[in-house]
Design a protein around this ligand. Structure first.
Ligand code: FE2
Length: 281
């Protein structure tokens, strides 16, 4: 078997085939469908009354993936904020934690990071991206993850297709192999109204490297260096949502590691508002 660590250090990435089993995708499908279903019902979306909406106990993976697309896109058209809420719910769901804490992903992360298996990893901003067709609000140019995460940390990024394969058409990830050897490349910091922050590597530096897109099959997991230039493509399909895991595992033994303070903002009423509504109304 090819030496993972050797390949990783040379190329800045590693793809582990068949690292995630079908049952995990199956339960992730139910998670997404269930959250979309309860969101549609809670907000009284038209799809609820059109007689086309199946309840979560009547759908199955992968046969009903198109039903999930339809449901998600109905919610997206109604309110992009609701998609944000589903995205945040998935990130802290028990089902997602089971995927994240898979032993083989942890073991390989430590192996390619070059740390002992006894070192603890700290996960931050692990989430499943939801990219509907032609939604480019969160599409970035060629970048290194180092300026989007804990500064000066030593970390590994994980990325993989969720529920359906990622293809050129639906905007799979692109990478520049060996570009991690650049260290911190020259880049610019761009804050653009209505779009996510963009810290983009200078084009002439990107041009020094081969740029490849990586179509990936469900079950495969990409591990890559925090310095590797990468970017997602655009989802150019008409009606297919792209789901992808974006994970981050930090080496807690690294000298410059600083643990972020968790900072959650409530949606809706604060505890004080609720208290007041009961006792002072
Ligand atoms: Fe990134």
């Amino acid at each position: 078997m090819e030496n993972r660590a050797e390949f990783f250090h040379e190329n800045g990435y590693w793809i582990e085939k068949n690292a995630i089993c079908f049952d995990q995708m199956d339960e992730l499908f139910i998670l997404f469908y269930d959250l979309c279903y309860s969101t549609a019902v809670r907000h009284g979306l038209p799809i609820v009354y059109e007689g086309k909406l199946q309840s979560p106990d009547r759908v199955s993976y992968p046969n009903d993936l198109k039903r999930l697309d339809d449901l998600l896109l109905s919610i997206f058209c109604y309110s992009k904020d609701l998609i944000g809420e589903i995205y945040d719910t998935v990130s802290y769901s028990s089902t997602f934690f089971r995927l994240l804490s898979q032993r083989n992903i942890e073991t390989i992360s430590k192996e390619v990071l070059g740390v002992s298996q006894h070192v603890s990893l700290y996960g931050w901003t692990n989430r499943i991206r939801i990219d509907p067709p032609n939604d480019e609000r969160r599409t970035y140019g060629w970048h290194q993850e180092i300026f989007y995460t804990i500064p000066e940390s030593k970390f590994i990024q994980t990325w993989c297709p969720i529920l359906r394969d990622t293809t050129i058409e639906n905007g799979t990830i692109g990478i520049c192999p060996k570009s991690h050897k650049e260290g911190i490349a020259k880049q610019t910091w761009n804050e653009i109204e209505g779009r996510a922050l963009q810290v983009i590597v200078d084009q002439e530096i990107v041009e020094k490297y081969e740029q490849i897109q990586l179509p990936m099959s469900v079950g495969d997991v990409l591990f890559f260096d925090g310095h590797l230039f990468h970017k997602s493509g655009n989802n150019t399909t008409n009606d297919e949502v792209r789901f992808s895991l974006v994970g981050m595992w930090n080496d807690t033994s690294y000298k410059a590691f600083n643990t972020p303070k968790p900072n959650f903002d409530l949606r809706g009423n604060s505890a004080r508002d609720y208290f007041e509504s009961i006792f002072n109304s």
